[in-house]
Design a protein around this ligand. Sequence first.
Ligand SMILES: [Zn+2]
Ligand SMILES: [Zn+2]
Length: 356
Amino acid sequence: MIAIAERPTVQIPTKLYTRLSQKEKSKKIMKWIRFRDKKLRGKFEFLKHQDQLGLAITLGSAAGMILFAGLYIAGIIPAWACIVANGILASILHEVEHDLIHNLYYKDNLKIQNFMFWMVWIFRGNTVSPWYRRMIHTLHHKVSGHKEDIEERLIGNGMKFGLKRFITMMDGNMSFLFQSHILRREAPKFKRSEITRSSWPYLVIYFHLWYNFLFINLFYIGNELLGKPIEIPAWLDTVRHFLNISAVVYTIPNWIRQTSIQVVSSNMHYYGDVKGLHEQTQVLNRWFLFPLHLFCFNFGSTHGIHHFVVNQPFYLRQAVAPFVHPAMKRYGIRFNDFGSIFRGNRLGKEEALVAA
Ligand SMILES: [Zn+2]
Ligand SMILES: [Zn+2]
């Protein structure tokens, strides 16, 4: 009789990369990003003209917004098409602003850089001044996930799940109301007067257009429903007409853009129990986020890459993403951790209960 040899038990060696420290894992991810970045820059000559590309994208997006506004006013395209197109174009300008904050365009020619800053601010009025944002965003990279992170905390990052968090993510003014007294205590760099000053003029103009548009239309609808008890003067019709046009071409697209990025950003950063770069962000790239990602240049999918390598323009960050994501997954970056929304963006569960 032939004895059947027993099948040897295969000892699967622990994969080397799982034994790395978080710092080492972060270094590996950086290497993968830089490798792909270098390859793309080598392959496509035009990427060398980074300054000019940035300027062309800025002028092109701004001109596009004016063009779509014109097409809508001329009755050639419907309101929804103008809202979608201008929302997307404004979201590209938001990316340019972020790149400018990191000095990626015209760092040796401040005249042009400042011109670009003005452009990206005028066409996206519902943000604080980009020069102030430069301060809070640089701080964000230093203290991401901690109490001092003014930029993220102002859009609800770290707050408990609920109505208050929802409103904070949706409305900058309400957020300021809810968060400013806490931030004054916990974030030394937070100064209410600085934020108020940096809202002038475009954020103030934006909010006037936005709230007047909302209130005047509420008034008209209410009046209509009640059988028109108030006779509306002709001048108010003219004001409403102007506000409604500005809403389609400017305020609604920017409201959608800003809300989309705030919802995504507020939830893709971790908060409270973050110990290092490796734990600062997750990747959000499920298909159902598409409507939000359409208006924030795929932020949830690519902003994590930016935390590891900051000196990449937004289009290159997007271009390296398909190549870098598998590496991020391998080195332990979380993907689509939607539970974070219910844990006040904590990595772990226990801390959520204590600190939210
Ligand atoms: Zn970030
Ligand atoms: Zn940044």
